[in-house]
Design a protein around this ligand. Structure first.
Ligand SMILES: Cc1cc2nc3c(=O)[nH]c(=O)nc-3n(C[C@H](O)[C@H](O)[C@H](O)COP(=O)(O)OP(=O)(O)OC[C@H]3O[C@@H](n4cnc5c(N)ncnc54)[C@H](O)[C@@H]3O)c2cc1C
Length: 389
């Protein structure tokens, strides 16, 4: 009997328009041709050609693609989400590169930067000529960034920044860093070229997750920057939190891509792997696993597309984004674990993508607001009680 693609079961893509489908197809082609043949090697060696990839992603138009002007493609939010889905089907590290560049660093400049900063950085970030990073988290202040101790002190027309940031994606390869610091007036953001004296970055080694993505500590020692590097529109912690909401939106779709790749891999494997004189896909327990995975995957995809529509109407709320990440990342992890079991021993190697996705998704569960913090956001919406403290 003919088989159906998991997404065909609920006709998930029925509402996509031609442009959205085209963007998804181009991204999928790039991932199939360029990423899938190389990703296992990059993951094992942790030597990922970030600069080369950034240029290629820029050429396809995926960097800052949902922003308007300054060389950005200006697509709708759903198209951006679909691109994230395809990128993360390749690897969460690739989607992280695009998320951090477009939704965190470029979005911060686009939303809060001066005209001068926007014109200077956005066009070359859109092409991938310049790479950006976003420094909010500190070693002792992760879930609660309001406690940050990095300071920026006004000295004449300049600012002197001291402190450090931890777990910063692409921090060691970036040309420009968005640095969030405490000032006498509250939290402010600065757009800092990484060549600025006093700036240094240390690569974080020994990661067992997101190995095909660079993560670094940023250190600022009496780093002097002019007032023009400040993002004038960013006047409180609300500014970086708004950037994070943008990136989380991409994760809602991205997690679906990683999960889809796990399901597809396990389906392909089970149809050719034979035990007890027949393919393992004929066993009822295996089929029940597929049924659960496909249902979880379809509902996650529909949730992502639903939220995409709301975002395209500019009506999305932080609570809705929290619910999307809360559901879809947890669902993707469950799918990855189930898919891995279908591959038996073969499932623990990098020959198949599943274990790689599974370990990546552990980081995705934690960054951009942990699973627990998103639960509390939803809990607060339901009860009216903020349970963060
Ligand atoms: C690979 C990777 C890349 C990253 N990239 C970036 C980046 O580019 N820029 C950046 O700024 N940050 C980045 N981060 C940091 C990320 O955002 C933080 O790791 C995250 O916010 C959690 O902070 P933490 O790790 O310090 O955990 P903690 O805040 O110490 O949390 C530990 C545990 O306690 C729980 N917890 C904390 N508070 C509460 C509470 N009130 N109620 C219930 N549970 C609670 C958490 O949910 C979690 O389970 C990255 C992280 C990773 C792993």
């Amino acid at each position: 009997m003919a088989t159906q693609h998991p997404f065909d079961l609920l006709d998930v893509e029925r509402e996509l328009n031609a442009e959205q489908k085209a963007i998804q197809a181009v991204t999928r082609q790039y991932v199939n041709d360029r990423i899938k043949p190389n990703i296992a090697h990059w993951y094992e060696t942790t030597e990922i050609p970030v600069r080369e990839l950034a240029r290629e992603l820029g050429e396809i138009g995926l960097l800052g693609m949902h922003l308007d002007g300054y060389g950005c493609a200006g697509t709708d939010a759903t198209s951006y989400g679909l691109a994230c889905m395809e990128l993360e089907a390749g690897d969460s590290g690739l989607r992280s590169l695009v998320s951090v560049q477009g939704s965190l660093a470029m979005f911060a400049i686009h939303a809060y930067g001066s005209e001068e900063t926007k014109s200077e950085w956005l066009p070359k970030m859109a092409t991938g000529e310049a790479i950006g990073c976003f420094g909010l988290t500190e070693a002792d202040h992760g879930s609660n960034p309001a406690g940050m101790i990095t300071t920026a002190k006004k000295v004449g027309g300049d600012w002197i920044i001291n402190g450090s940031k931890m777990w910063i994606t692409n921090g060691n390869v970036a040309d420009v860093a968005i640095v969030w610091a405490r000032t006498d007036e509250g939290v402010r953001g600065f757009c800092v070229p990484t060549s600025t004296p006093g700036f240094s970055a240390n690569l974080i080694k020994h990661k067992l997750s997101l190995r095909a993505s660079m993560t670094a500590e940023l250190v600022f020692e009496n780093m002097r920057v002019p007032d023009s590097s400040r993002l004038p529109g960013a006047t409180s912690l609300r500014a970086p939190l708004t950037c994070l909401a943008e990136a989380r939106f991409g994760i809602i779709f991205g997690a679906v891509g990683a999960a889809r790749d796990c399901l597809e891999s396990s389906l392909a494997y089970a149809s050719t792997r034979e035990q007890f004189e027949g393919p393992i896909s004929r066993h009822q327990i295996t089929q029940e696993k597929f049924a659960k995975m496909a249902t979880r995957l379809n509902t996650a995809a529909l949730l992502a597309l639903h939220l995409g529509k709301i975002k395209d109407e500019h009506k999305i709320t932080p609570q809705q984004i929290s619910m999307g990440k809360f559901n879809n990342v947890q669902g993707a992890i469950e799918i990855a674990r189930e898919a891995r079991s279908i591959l038996g021993a073969a499932g623990i190697t990098t020959e198949y993508p599943i274990f790689r996705h599974m370990t990546n998704l552990e980081s995705v569960l934690t960054y951009e607001g942990t699973h627990e913090i998103h639960a509390l956001v939803i809990g607060e919406a339901l009860t009216g009680i903020a349970a963060f403290r």
